[in-house]
Design a protein around this ligand. Structure first.
Ligand code: HEC
Ligand code: HEC
Length: 194
């Protein structure tokens, strides 16, 4: 009877393992196929280190160059924090941000953030009219008082692959979809670290 074939038990374990591998494999492929119009990822280590110390390092392609200049010119009082940098580091980061900033002609989901920009450059991505418009549904779901200043700043609370430039609405964090909203997302801290 035993002709060398696998026992039922090891067959089961093997099947579970195979299913797990398949699931992850399919998930990985699905993410790559679904992710469209991504924002360019960070290619500068110094920027990532210095500007990722307190919150996720925002992708340069989320803000126009004029806005980055405004952010970089006020680092000694950066949203109530001192984020001052040595001049050499400051200049290096400023050049990097400006050359990779959000601009017309990029095929990214952030291009809509260029709509209706006021003349005076805003310091926050989250206060750009195009950003607010893109998050109107979130605002409706959560209500005004939940969306206090800074509430949407930790992008990864919802866009789990924000550091990879992926903002597709189909790829939001499970648990942060409109179906389950009604209270604040169960995030642990408002400021993110890497
Ligand atoms: C000492 C901590 C600290 C460092 C270092 C820091 N930041 Fe910030 N940053 C903050 C805080 C605090 C906020 C406001 C967060 C909030 O409102 O929840 C903020 C917010 C921002 C925002 C606005 C986010 C939004 O709401 O759209 C941008 C853009 C930003 N930082 C860019 C930078 C850049 C560029 C650097 C590097 C030069 C940097 N930060 C370094 C603390 C820091
Ligand atoms: C509380 C959850 C939440 C946070 C935090 C959040 N978003 Fe979103 N975002 C959403 C949802 C939900 C949508 C889709 C809204 C819709 O379909 O109406 C969206 C849409 C977008 C889109 C448009 C995608 C498309 O398909 O056109 C971009 C770009 C985006 N978010 C970027 C950001 C960035 C950058 C940050 C951080 C500065 C951020 N979001 C923070 C929930 C969030």
């Amino acid at each position: 009877m035993d002709n060398g074939s696998a026992s039922p038990r090891s067959l089961t374990i093997g099947t579970v393992l195979l299913a797990t591998i398949l699931l992850y494999g399919v998930y990985g492929v699905a993410v790559n196929v679904l992710a469209e119009e991504t924002v360019e990822v960070i290619v500068d280590d110094l920027y990532k280190e210095e500007c990722g110390a307190c919150h996720l390092a925002y992708l340069p392609g989320l803000l126009p160059a004029a806005n980055w200049r405004a952010v970089m010119s006020g680092l000694d009082d950066h949203f109530g924090e001192d984020a001052w940098l040595e001049p050499e580091t400051h200049d290096h980061i400023l050049v990097y941000l400006q050359t990779h900033a959000l601009a017309l002609g990029q095929n990214s989901r952030a291009t809509r953030f260029l709509r209706n920009l006021p003349d005076e450059p805003l310091l926050r991505i989250t206060e750009l009219p195009g950003f607010i418009q893109a998050h109107e549904e979130v605002q409706e779901q959560l209500g005004e008082e939940m969306l206090a200043e800074g509430f949407l700043s930790p992008c990864r609370d919802c866009h789990r692959q924000a550091d990879r430039g992926i903002f597709d609405k189909e790829l939001l964090n499970p648990g942060y979809g409109p179906q389950t909203w009604g209270g604040p997302p169960p995030g642990d801290s408002p400021v993110e670290n890497d």
